[in-house]
Design a binder for this molecule. Structure first.
Ligand code: ADP
Length: 304
């Protein structure tokens, strides 16, 4: 593997002793709210070290392997802050079955040009070399991962438009098939068949965060934005920017600064909704019908 894969332990106690020293135990466990999928905690150790833990059932241990791989990939670019991964693990006992330990990010407030710096650092990540993250093609990732709680297919492809059609839209449309009638299906097939009329091949492939909404960055102790909870893959940088626009919360200063970096190709805004169709379909498949009208509106827009 060209970038580091985190250590895996089969008990929390073993992980803490091996990584922090014999005699070290967890002295406090503080529940942290805000996550959609996992339980989150701040753990304090005997020596005062504060670490962050996510936990889930044993069956979902692969969520954490994938998340750790994604954070390691982002860290490898050295472009933007992201918590250091400590380890992944499984534990039959008190933490529900599987866990991920990482650096606890303590914010001490924003730097003054927070949004511009965020945009430039994200662009630097998008401009970083991607060869270590794909094998045998330009787009995809070395393993599948998760978007929310659903599997995200990352089979490597030479073409971005083919990758987006086959690994992003098609699996989501397939999973959502029960929501569509025959007239919808005709439009969906048309959209997929003519995707090259809408999407363009990137000038360069980029490592993407993959799930970049306002809940997936936090302010680090350097006062800058740090990325968390990624669904990384190599794709078109525009797909990350499109998602920041889907649920809002990013400042105009962020967009003005990102625009200067030249990573958005001409007519980006004509492609934005098609990128976001992937996330809306994923929400339809995870949370149900309330996302159907947004999905259908975008299908109508592009099935021409
Ligand atoms: P989920 O995987 O369930 O979506 P999140 O990654 O969103 O969980 O994290 C849950 C909560 O923990 C959020 O409030 C987030 O801001 C916070 N958080 C995530 N990572 C860290 C970290 N390394 N240090 C401190 N807080 C964190």
């Amino acid at each position: 593997m060209p970038f580091p894969v985190p250590k895996h332990f089969t008990s929390m106690e073993d992980a803490i002793i091996t990584l922090f020293g014999s005699g070290i135990k967890i002295t406090h466990t503080d529940r942290i709210s805000g996550g959609d999928i996992n339980d989150a905690y701040g753990l304090t150790l005997t020596d005062g070290t504060h670490i962050f833990m996510k936990s889930n059932s044993k069956e979902n241990a692969s969520f954490f392997t994938a998340e750790a791989m994604g954070l390691s990939a982002i860290a490898q670019t050295k472009a933007i802050g992201t918590p250091d991964i400590i380890c992944t693990g499984t534990d039959e006992g008190r933490f529900g079955g599987s866990f991920l330990l990482m650096e606890f990010i303590e914010s001490k407030g924003h730097i003054s040009n927070y949004w511009e710096t965020f945009a430039y650092q994200l662009a630097a990540m998008h401009k970083s070399p991607t060869e270590d993250f794909v094998d045998g093609g330009k787009y995809g990732f070395v393993c599948d991962n998760y978007i929310g709680a659903r599997r995200q297919i990352n089979t490597v492809n030479e073409s971005w438009t083919a990758f987006f059609r086959d690994c992003r839209l098609k699996p989501q449309f397939k999973a959502a098939a029960a929501y569509f009638d025959s007239s919808d299906l005709k439009k969906i097939l048309k959209l997929l068949d003519h995707i090259d009329n809408v999407l363009v091949e990137p000038e360069q492939p980029s490592l993407l965060h993959g799930d970049l909404w306002s809940g997936n960055f936090i302010t680090g102790n350097d006062g800058k934005a740090w990325l968390i909870d990624p669904a990384v893959y190599v794709g078109h940088a525009e797909a990350d920017i499109a998602m920041t626009e889907l649920f809002g919360g990013f400042s105009q200063a962020f967009y003005a600064a990102y625009e200067e970096t030249g990573l958005l190709q001409p007519e980006y805004s004509s492609r934005r909704d098609l990128y976001n169709l992937y996330h809306l379909l994923n929400h339809l498949n995870m949370f149900g019908r309330s996302y159907l009208s947004s999905v259908k509106r975008i299908v109508d827009k592009y099935a021409k």
